[in-house]
Design a protein around this ligand. Structure first.
Ligand code: HEM
Length: 298
């Protein structure tokens, strides 16, 4: 099932769509340069996931607002003490997915390929539905919020931005450093299948364990001065997309979306200035609801 989900998200397949993503974001940045203050979450961060990624998934038009609301509700509903409104929203998302069939989704799209896999017996229909939710739920807010952190970090550190403009080959490293310093996924949980000794603390079999990705990524035993945003740092082993057999299936897409954004900004020859963000109140995700930003030539 994971192999089927990963198929359109492999580096080779994503290479095909990279030029289109780049062209779209170049057009968007061009329109924003010199326009004064705007909300970077609405105008930049949400742009590619909402315009391009929802097209790749290939769902019939459900309204972008609903897709974004479903994703936010799913992450807000993890853990105890759920808000009933989020549970209603998540149920609505799953009812919508269950109402789909091969003829209702775009041919050749990610969802289309899942229905073909179900028809040809490579997946059961239940697996295809679970795989569809793996595209619909975690593909939007995660990368949207990560782009907010990327822009805010670079705007707040003009010396790092200047370094990146002079050395664009550092763009992939800058993306990883932003994902490390401000990890979007606050936490997921696991259940220990046996007693496990972590630095002298025994986690007993059956215990539920919270994995705090952001905390691991600011572990001073691994990263010197971990709160510092530093694009020269080697952050390749960060844990923001998890690790092991369930490591994020969409990380290559997330990286490309962020890389083409930085390429577009570097090529536009601009300076960045950020105002105070509004932090979004989501139990599963850490990011901004709004981020004032100004992009000027210079
Ligand atoms: C910056 C953006 C993103 C971050 C920080 C992120 C983070 C994560 C994390 C922490 C996990 C859990 C890993 C684990 O359990 O060990 C995960 C799993 C997953 N992510 Fe992402 N993600 C991002 C973007 C995406 C995108 C764009 C997609 C889809 C296109 C996606 C799809 C998935 C899926 C399907 C899983 C479950 C994989 C499995 O259980 O085998 N993610 N992600």
């Amino acid at each position: 099932m994971r192999m089927t989900v990963m198929k359109p998200l492999s580096p080779a397949r994503l290479k095909e769509v990279r030029p289109d993503l780049k062209a779209m974001i170049v057009g968007r940045i061009d329109a924003l340069v010199g326009q004064g203050w705007f909300d970077a979450m609405a105008e930049i961060a949400r742009f590619l996931p909402v315009e391009a990624v929802s097209h790749f998934i290939g769902l019939p038009d459900v309204g972008r607002e609903r897709l974004l609301a479903w994703a936010a509700a799913a992450f807000n509903a993890i853990g105890p003490d759920q808000d009933p409104a989020d549970v209603v929203s998540v149920r609505e998302a799953f009812a919508f997915m269950a109402s789909l069939s091969e003829d209702k989704v775009r041919d050749g799209s990610w969802a289309g390929d899942l229905f073909v896999a179900a028809r040809t017996g490579r997946l059961s229909m239940a697996e295809a539905m679970a795989a569809l939710s793996a595209y619909v739920i975690p593909s939007l807010d995660t990368t949207i919020l990560a782009k907010g952190h990327l822009l805010a970090n670079l705007a707040r550190h003009p010396e790092q931005w200047a370094m990146l403009r002079a050395r664009p080959e550092m763009i992939p490293a800058a993306v990883l450093e932003a994902v490390r310093r401000d990890s979007v996924l606050r936490w997921f949980a696991r259940v220990a299948v046996r007693d496990h000794d972590v630095d002298g603390v025994v986690v007993p079999e059956g215990a539920r364990v919270m994995l705090l990705y952001g905390c691991a990524n600011r572990d001073e035993r691994r990263y010197a001065d971990p709160d510092r945003f530093d694009i020269t740092r080697d952050a390749r082993d960060h844990l923001a997309w998890g690790t092991g057999p369930h490591m994020c299936a969409g990380m290559n897409l997330a990286r490309i979306e962020m890389e083409v954004l930085l390429e577009a900004l570097v090529e536009a020859g601009v300076t960045l200035e950020a105002g105070n963000p509004v932090i979004s109140a989501n139990r599963g995700l850490y990011g901004f609801e709004a981020l004032p930003l100004r992009i000027e030539r210079g």
